[in-house]
Design a protein around this ligand. Structure first.
Ligand SMILES: CC(C)(COP(=O)(O)OP(=O)(O)OC[C@H]1O[C@@H](n2cnc3c(N)ncnc32)[C@H](O)[C@@H]1OP(=O)(O)O)[C@@H](O)C(=O)NCCC(=O)NCCS
Length: 161
C-alpha cells in the first residue's frame, strides 16, 4: 500500500463515501448520499477520509454540539481488505483530535450488539457500554450506546493532517 493519507472530506467525495458504506454495512442500515452530503458540509461535523494513491478506503464522521461539549461518532468504515492495519484507529484519532480542538469532551456512539469486531475495536479505544438500545437498528436488532471521555490535550497524538 502506498503511504496512508488522512484528509477532510469534500462534497465531491459523497458518492465514494456511500459506496464504502454499502461495502461495510447491510443495505438497510447503510447511509445514502443525502446523509453524507449533509455531514460533509455541516459546520458541526467532521469527516475524515483515509486514502492512498488508489483512492479512499475508509472514513469516519463525528457530529458535535459545542453547548454540551458532546459528540457522536456517526460512522467509522474501513473497507474489508484494509482492516486490522490501524486505519480505523487512525481515523478515530483524527476525529478525537479535531473534536478536542472544538472543546468537545464526551464522545458516544451506537453499535450493533452482534458486531463483535466493532465492539472489540471500541473497547480497545476506551469506550464503555452505557446502555442497551433495544431495536435500535430495526425489530430484533439491538445496539449498545458506548461512550468515552476525551482527553483535553490530544496534541501529542502523533497525527499530522
Ligand atoms: C470496526 C472497524 C472500523 C475497525 O477498523 P480497523 O482498521 O480494522 O481497526 P484497527 O486495525 O485500527 O484495530 C485496532 C484494534 O481494535 C481491535 N480490533 C479491531 N478489529 C478487530 C476484530 N475484527 N476482532 C477483534 N479485535 C479487533 C484490536 O484490538 C485492534 O488491535 P490489534 O489489531 O493490534 O489487535 C472495521 O472493522 C470496520 O470498518 N468494520 C465495518 C464497519 C463497522 O462495523 N464500523 C463500526 C460500526 S459503528
Amino acid at each position: 500500500m502506498t503511504k496512508l493519507r488522512i484528509r477532510a472530506a469534500l462534497s465531491s467525495d459523497v458518492g465514494l463515501l456511500a459506496e464504502i458504506d454499502r461495502a461495510c454495512f447491510r443495505e438497510d442500515i447503510a447511509f445514502g448520499e443525502i446523509e453524507f452530503a449533509h455531514y460533509v458540509t455541516a459546520p458541526c461535523a467532521v469527516t475524515w477520509i483515509a486514502e492512498h494513491d488508489g483512492g479512499p478506503f475508509g472514513f469516519a464522521i463525528a457530529a458535535f454540539e459545542r453547548l454540551h461539549r458532546a459528540a457522536t461518532l456517526i460512522t467509522l468504515d474501513v473497507l474489508p481488505g484494509y482492516r486490522r492495519a490501524r486505519i480505523g484507529s487512525t481515523l478515530l484519532s483524527a476525529c478525537e483530535v479535531s473534536l478536542a480542538k472544538q472543546g468537545i469532551s464526551e464522545l458516544d456512539l451506537q453499535v450493533d450488539t452482534s458486531n463483535a469486531p466493532a465492539l472489540a475495536f471500541y473497547a480497545h479505544h476506551g469506550f464503555a457500554r452505557r446502555r442497551l438500545l433495544r431495536n435500535y437498528y430495526g425489530i430484533g436488532t439491538d445496539a449498545y450506546l458506548m461512550q468515552k471521555t476525551l482527553e483535553g490535550d490530544q496534541t501529542n497524538s502523533g497525527l499530522s493532517f
